[in-house]
Design a protein around this ligand. Structure first.
Ligand SMILES: *Cc1c(COP(=O)(O)O)cnc(C)c1O
Length: 400
């Protein structure tokens, strides 16, 4: 297998690294496009902001869902048109707004922020088209994100902000949803919400950003998202909605659906020792390079049975597999995988049975393309950081 050969080749040079396989990224993108040709997609940069990953995704026509000014500027640096960048995050400062107003579409996260954008826009002597993130009635819960519907309508009735025009709405309620009925209902609710907002505004919106939610199969017990079924469930509502709103752009933004499966994290065995009958494999850059196993360990310490997910830090106890490139027939051994940090909390797995490993062998973790490198505390203990390797469709390798 080509991927395996590449990983082995790269591991001669690096003791720990991420590998992102572009083929898998392109494949997820084409699945989304096939199912929803009438929908535009935004890539949630925060889940993996590797520059080669971004280039690959933007080259497929995806826009950017930016969660910070830095992400806006990252996308701009890669020549993404500012009209394709949507900046949605709570707590934007006036300074963030001053820069981003010329580099992206701003999505206000609160009434205060609408006013702040209005002020900046006024000082520039212009009228800025903005989106507003809503916390819709169908969510029915308090949220730090967005504006409650009733507060939003009250604002619209008394709106004195002359230097902004609201042209879009955005809602994102949940990540890692695998139930297509739930997603389909969510999209239907979004279509109704657009009509309600448009009735209040008395004009048509330019876009609706339906957020994300699309989950991926992390463990064997997860049923992968059935995109064809999702399409069938929303088809009628979608075409009805498009008929009434022929000019609206519908966005779905997604991070993990595009990248999670493309990523692998590879660690070399640096040392092997036995203590009181436990065989330890000391790996390169565990907690600091890939934080998820340590979080799983932490959660499991306090919640033994069925800990609920806490995305994106904790998905489930079996959110990835631990693989080796040994043969099935090789001698097996019970081992505990730990790291080279001076803390006992950098544990990958305890007492698992693997083919017998020696120093210099590698352990591979899958599902490491999203919320993996970006979430890991790489500054901790001033270790050499894992490199991020990008395997292009043409087989070439890029390291940034
Ligand atoms: C993080 C985030 C996403 C991406 O979520 P995924 O589960 O990675 O697809 C989408 N929209 C918003 C607003 C987000 O904050």
């Amino acid at each position: 297998m080509e991927l395996k050969n590449k990983i082995c080749e790269i591991s001669k040079k690096y003791d720990s690294f991420y590998l992102y396989d572009e083929k898998i990224i392109k494949n997820s993108i084409s699945n989304l496009r096939k199912v929803f040709p009438e929908i535009e997609f935004l890539y949630s940069v925060k889940c993996n902001s590797n520059v080669n990953v971004l280039k690959s995704i933007f080259s497929e026509g995806f826009g950017a869902d930016a969660a910070s000014l830095a992400e806006v500027l990252m996308a701009r640096k890669l020549d993404l048109d500012k009209n394709k960048i949507y900046y949605s995050a709570p707590g934007k400062t006036s300074k963030d707004i001053e820069v981003a107003i010329n580099e992206s579409n701003l999505i206000a996260d609160s009434i205060e922020e609408i006013r702040r954008i209005n002020m900046v826009s006024k000082s520039l002597n212009k009228v800025t088209e903005i989106g507003v993130r809503l916390n819709p009635d169908f969510s029915g819960k308090a949220s730090k994100f967005g504006v409650d519907e009733d507060i939003f309508y009250d604002f619209l009735h008394n709106n004195s902000c002359q230097n902004i025009k609201i042209v879009g709405i955005h809602v994102h309620l949940k990540s890692q949803e695998l139930n297509v009925e739930t997603l389909a209902n969510y999209y239907k609710n979004m279509f109704l919400l657009v009509e309600k907002v448009q009735n209040t505004l008395s004009y048509k919106l330019k876009y609706v950003n339906m957020g994300s939610g699309m989950g991926i199969q992390y463990s064997k017990s997860d049923v992968p998202l059935d995109l064809d079924r999702l399409k069938n469930l929303v088809k009628d509502n979608l075409s009805e909605f498009k008929k009434h709103n022929p000019d609206i752009t519908i966005f779905i933004e997604t991070g993990r659906y595009v990248t999670a499966k493309s990523g692998f994290y590879i660690m070399k065995v640096l040392d092997k020792k036995v203590s009181y009958g436990t065989t330890y494999l000391i790996l390169k850059n565990t907690l600091n390079g890939f934080i998820k196993p340590s979080v799983i360990k932490l959660v499991s310490k306090y919640e033994k049975e069925n800990p609920v997910s806490w995305e994106p830090l904790f998905t489930s106890k079996d959110a990835f597999e631990i693989l080796t490139f040994k043969e099935e027939t090789d001698k097996k051994e019970k081992v505990t995988l730990v790291g080279n940090l001076c803390t006992a909390t950098d544990v990958i797995a305890e007492d698992i049975v693997l083919p017998s490993m020696d120093c210099g062998d590698i352990i591979v973790i899958n599902n490491a393309g999203s919320y993996a490198a970006v979430l890991s505390p790489m500054q901790f203990s001033s270790q050499e950081k894992p490199v991020e390797v990008f395997l292009s469709v043409d087989g070439s390798i890029k390291i940034n």
